[in-house]
Ligand binder design. Structure first.
Ligand SMILES: [Zn+2]
Ligand SMILES: [Zn+2]
Length: 128
């Protein structure tokens, strides 16, 4: 599938097998995952985990310093999540508050695919 870039500086990225779109894009681009923001349409969806890509329309944006949830300025040092390496503001720095992808992997490994998908759906409220 083609993930369209929302910034002129970065190319559209073709991904063959998507399992975790934010990690896959960060790897492909050679960038820190905390700088990669995933959009579906014009809505920030945080991340998408799964391989059901029929009728999905993903785009990405590179932001050098923004909270992974609300795009506010991240809090220095304590805003860095030690689980997922993301950067977050004071309000979203705790794993529970930013639907931490890594914490989810540890806690609910067996049903992680569905859960993460539902979380991604539930986060579709933050508009650009
Ligand atoms: Zn935030
Ligand atoms: Zn985290």
């Amino acid at each position: 599938m083609l993930v369209k870039s929302l910034s002129d500086k970065y190319p559209d990225i073709k991904l063959e097998n998507v399992t975790n779109i934010r990690f896959d894009l960060a790897n492909t681009l050679g960038l820190e995952i905390s700088k990669v923001f995933i959009y579906e349409g014009d809505t920030l969806i945080h991340n998408y985990v799964g391989d059901d890509l029929t009728s999905r329309n993903f785009q990405y944006k590179i932001l050098n310093s923004a909270c992974g949830v609300c795009l506010a300025k991240p809090t220095l040092i304590i805003g860095d999540c030690k689980y997922c390496a993301g950067k977050y503001c004071g309000k979203h720095r705790l794993p529970e508050e930013h639907y931490c992808s890594r914490l989810d992997d540890c806690k609910q490994f067996s049903r992680s695919k569905n859960t993460a998908k539902l979380m991604a759906e539930s986060l579709r409220t933050v508009k650009v």
